[in-house]
Design a binder for this molecule. Sequence first.
Ligand SMILES: [Zn+2]
Length: 444
Amino acid sequence: MTTTTEQNGLSANKKPWTSPVSTRYADRIILTTYPGQSVVDPIPLKWGASTPEERGPVLVSRNKNTISKRNAIGAHGGSYAIYNALAIAAGDLPADFRPDFLNTQPTFDFPIQSAWHDPMRIVSMDPFGHDIVKYYGKYLEQGIDVRPTIAVTRASMRVSEISEAVREGRLLVDGAIVHSDQGDVRVTKVAVEPVWYLPGVAARFGVDEALLRRALFEHTGGSYPELVTRTDLNVFLPPIGGLTVYIFGPPERVSDENVRLALRIHDECNGSDVFQSDICTCRPYLAFGIEEAIKEAQQGGSGVVIYFRKEGRALGEVVKYLVYNSRKRGGDTADKYFQRTENIAGVKDMRFQALMPDILHWLGIKKIDRMLSMSNMKHDAIVEQGIPIHERVPIPDHMIPTDSRVEIDAKIHAGYFTTGQTFTEEDLKNVKGRGWECWEDVTH
Ligand SMILES: [Zn+2]
């Protein structure tokens, strides 16, 4: 039996193919480019140059006015580049759309740090990506498609644990930082999209740049052939999530060595952070980090929480849930905790903290007085970058949910910092998570 377009729910005069490719794009597809081609005349991009003007704007657009000037590989927006492409294909967004940046400038002018023009200290973000109108306005006027990769704004936030801390008298309403009895908090926020300087990223991992480029090409389905064909381009905007900085107290204090700094580096865990699953310590530790950061700011110091989009140790939620299943079905004990992840993902962690300290360099952080994290990987990555950590603060025991003991005890055994109890291999066998008993009540 044949089906008509009407039966498929499509009207006869609005077929899905009424917007052919040729209405949006030139007939000739440029699959990749090579140095010396007629479409190749990049604006110089000198990573680590002493001024933003000499450094040059990061350009990835393939728009008509910019394609020959491109000096970087990839696309803006991290993974959201795909939604941008969908919007163009759907006809919601013209392919040559140019943003109007009026009034989008940062709410705080972060002072330029020496690291901003050090090619090896900041390798995974564009230190001049927050104010492209100021630094690269002349290119914008010429119709070149320069885009920001950092945005700085202000907000007021309300977190239930902070409201509770105010109610219970642990936090005071000071009228400036905590500005209401409900526990509303003023914050400066910085959103950062990744921009990788490939020689610097390769050096940070101690690998050959050609190998890094080849691996990125092969394992993104061959999506970025210029990683291989354009070795003259050494900046790549990867299709991954970025980070957000939350600054409590006056933002100028962050880089002031004369005031104390409390810092939490937090890697995303949506299930706990937002939906408050109790299988791990993520949300309680995040809330503790925010509370301590606010306290430090209220005492004349600075409090910073940095939130990285590295869901499930950068393995993603699908792998994470597969690991949960294997844990819960296999007798969920702390001695097997990391092995369950390794069995499924091949590694226990893909967060690679080596690039994480870049944001600290960008903010001008020279030392950390209170590090609100137990992670040895985060600690070591920061100290290796020349930023001393004076005190490490573990999550208080009473904030650890019962079912998350499996996770936190296994981590402590593997080297996470603690001021409390440590565990032997034998102890870990007896640290057991909640089973799935009684779930039949829900599933039937
Ligand atoms: Zn978690």
